[in-house]
Design a protein around this ligand. Structure first.
Ligand SMILES: Nc1nc2c(ncn2[C@@H]2O[C@H](COP(=O)(O)OP(=O)(O)OP(=O)(O)O)[C@@H](O)[C@H]2O)c(=O)[nH]1
Ligand SMILES: [Mg+2]
Length: 685
């Protein structure tokens, strides 16, 4: 079955297969991409992330981190087929960059460490691949360092986490505490790694013979679950043909029924050739992926807008259906547009092409109305549509301002471009605090965004923690007169009001009415009195906006010449400011509802973290949908969210995550309140 796929593509109907490299941070995805480019003869020298000369991770931020901060696109040819690589960052703050691209891949390679203790890290990705129904294989990297027994333990753990049965394809051969080769369980052949070269075939060492039989039997039984003929053969004790086993593996992987597991090393090149062969035989064609995505009639799946390179704005995407030529008519929404210049991308290098083959992953210039997460249609053939992509919640925020005010315009242009290329990033102008707020997935994400703002756009920035939206309210009522009177030659100013202030229930806001009779405050000056009262409420006695009060204008007086709108506004403001001081004001803080998802066994630790941050735990129990996970719900002051992400992750091997939403305002008292009020007073000086 797999070989027919390749023949079809070789016979002129050439199409490119797209492979997404995913998995936890630092497992070696970018290194593996490098190893694949090298093994396929695409690059002559194998660069490395450590030496900062890899094809991927070329941005200043990725180089500095020695880890990916955005997706890397690469491609290579192997035995007359073309493969596109989409290398997705593993870091939690950056993984969202690959979400839209991952959906367009024909297969995902989940790259993991050969360390059983870290198996749990891969669970969220396995779950996501299952939800999206993306065929995938697992590549156990850094195999040269695997300790004895590691693979056996790792497979047992992974099987618990995987929705589909695993098909372990290889078992390690060890010599002197080192993994030096493997036995291929499907082919029943042994190979010894040769650094930088294809592995050489050797005899199956006697030491692994017993395990080979056991694991091969398990592999065959797994495949037999989906193949009645094979099942029959096994029951009859017949040895199945290798071609049958290989065809089953290819078909079952492509349909996401089984998950093959391969071993190797991106560093030494061990197992890479075997991996290339798996990609050749097991990766479905783009037509299959188009069906999975419901793409009819061909389209361009745009998964990212890139503004960072030397080419200006580029739409990165994958071609489905027929080939795409420069100048072809496309449809985005109701709009028609033409395909601009087409480029193949190799890390930070772009090569112009007259046309893109089906399945190619390309960059297109001048597709101004293209957005990431869009399926662009072809004129007269297909419509465009938007993809549903769930981006992670933005749990970190920072307030930024330009060090030099002249950079303000540059800053807003840069922010617009950065948010366009990174949907996990958001910026807003906070109306109450007048701060420019950047919101990102976590602190690390924001740090990289700041580095990009300064490095790529040359904007020098000052940063601080965003202000918390404290409010104040009153405990009791008061009656207060406010008189604004000025006699300074010519026209004087005169406004005089008496107001009654009383507290309202939480969330009732502000009410104003009047009981003026006989026109002591003429009608046209009552709205200015209300405006003055509202002015005073912008900064109450503690310096924060006042909420939940009612005010009645009960009396006052005016002057036939000197009274004016302004005079009454100032009188209203003065009366309200003085009244509030007498009304026993108190401080309110925003409280958020927080939902934490944590791996089983860490839920109670997560709730202690929340309690220690003044959280009120609402519940701790099993996760409603995910096995082996727990969910903690709590109410937590907004001021306690800062740093929560890092703390929760550090107690859960990086796995716990949370979402928040505004819940209510709650009274703050004691030391806490006086600290806030003091800080506010200093800020207002
Ligand atoms: N020993 C050993 N080290 C490896 C191997 N592959 C990668 N590394 C090292 O692991 C580290 C991380 O490699 P990367 O390729 O950057 O990992 P990544 O998965 O792309 O990481 P993120 O982009 O942060 O998700 C680097 O120091 C690599 O040199 C391997 O096969 N063996
Ligand atoms: Mg990487």
């Amino acid at each position: 079955m797999a070989s027919t796929q390749s023949k079809e593509t070789a016979a002129g109907n050439r199409s490119t297969r797209a492979v997404a490299l995913v998995g936890p941070a630092g497992t070696g995805k970018t290194s593996l991409a490098e190893a694949l480019l090298y093994a396929s003869g695409t690059v002559r020298r194998r660069g490395s992330v450590e030496a900062e000369n890899s094809v991927g991770d070329t941005s200043a931020e990725a180089r500095a981190r020695h880890g990916s901060t955005e997706i890397n696109l690469m491609h290579f040819d192997f035995l007359n087929d073309r493969y596109a690589l989409i290398d997705v960052p593993g870091g939690t703050g950056f993984a969202a960059d690959g979400l839209a691209a991952l959906q367009a891949a024909d297969i995902a390679l989940v790259v993991i460490d050969a360390v059983p203790e870290r198996a749990a890290l891969v669970e969220p990705m396995l779950r996501q691949l299952d939800e999206l129904d993306i065929p995938h294989a697992i590549f156990v990297n850094k195999i040269e360092n695997a300790r004895a027994g590691a693979i056996r333990e790792l497979i047992a753990q992974l099987q618990e986490l995987s929705g589909e049965p695993l098909a372990l394809r290889q078992i390690p051969i060890r010599e002197d505490e080192q993994v030096t080769g493997y036995v291929d369980l499907a082919l029943e052949r042994a190979y010894r790694y040769r650094p930088g070269e294809e592995s050489e075939r050797v005899d199956i060492p006697s030491g692994v013979a017993e395990r080979e039989i056991e694991d091969r039997t398990h592999l065959l039984e797994t495949l037999a679950d989906f193949d009645d003929d094979l099942l029959e053969a096994l029951l009859e004790d017949e040895t199945p043909e290798t071609t049958v086993v290989m065809a089953d593996l290819a078909a079952d992987t492509a349909q996401n029924k089984v998950v093959p597991v391969l071993l190797g090393s991106a560093l030494t090149g061990g197992g890479i050739h075997r991996l290339l062969k798996l990609l050749r035989h097991e990766t479905p064609l783009p037509q299959t992926t188009a069906e999975r995505l419901g793409i009819d009639g061909g389209a361009l799946h745009v998964f990212k807008i890139a503004n960072g390179g030397t080419m200006g704005r580029l739409a990165l995407g994958r071609v489905f259906g027929a080939a795409l030529n420069e100048g072809d008519d496309l449809v985005i929404g109701n709009e028609q547009t033409r395909t601009g210049s087409i480029f193949l991308v190799q890390g930070d290098k772009t090569a112009k092409q007259p046309a893109a083959a089906p399945g190619d992953v390309i960059a297109i210039a001048k597709l101004d109305s293209a957005r990431s997460g869009t399926l662009i249609g072809r004129k007269g053939v297909s419509d465009s549509s938007d993809l549903l992509i769930e981006y992670p919640s933005r749990n970190a925020a920072i307030a930024i301002s330009t060090s030099d005010r002249r950079d303000d315009v540059k800053l807003s242009t840069a922010l617009r471009r950065l948010c366009e290329e990174d949907p996990a990033l958001e910026w807003m102008q906070d109306e109450a605090s007048h701060e420019t707020i950047l919101k990102g997935v976590n602190e690390e994400h924001l740090q990289v965004v700041l580095a990009r703002l300064q490095g790529r756009y040359g904007v020098k920035l000052d940063t601080k923690a965003p202000s918390i939206a404290y409010r104040e309210s009153i405990r009791k009522g008061a009656t207060q007169r406010g008189r604004h009177k000025k006699q300074s030659g010519g026209h004087g100013q005169y406004g005089d009001v008496i107001i009654e202030v009383r507290p309202l229930g939480r969330g009732e806001g502000f009410e104003f009415d009047d009981r003026i009779s006989g026109g002591v405050v003429p009608k046209q000056w009552i709205p200015p009195v209300e405006a003055g009262i509202r002015d005073a409420m912008e900064k109450g006695p503690f310096g924060f906006p006042v909420v939940d009060v009612a005010v009645t204008l009960i009396d006052g007086s005016h002057h036939s010449v000197d009274s004016s709108e302004l005079a009454f506004r100032l009188a209203g403001r003065q009366a309200m400011s003085e009244a509030l001081e007498k009304c026993a004001p108190y401080l309110l803080e925003p409280v958020m509802k927080v939902i934490v998802d944590a791996p089983a066994g860490t839920g109670s630790k997560a709730s202690s973290v929340l309690s220690s941050r003044r959280g009120q735990i609402l519940g701790l129990g099993p996760h409603p949908h995910w096995q082996r996970w727990e969910r903690v719900e709590a109410l937590l002051p907004e001021s306690s969210i800062q740093g929560l992400d890092a703390e929760l992750r550090s107690m859960s091997h990086g796995l716990a995550s949370f979402v928040t939403e505004y819940d209510h305002l709650a009274e703050v008292g004691g030391r806490q309140a006086s600290d806030v009020v003091k800080a506010r007073a200093e800020e207002m000086v």
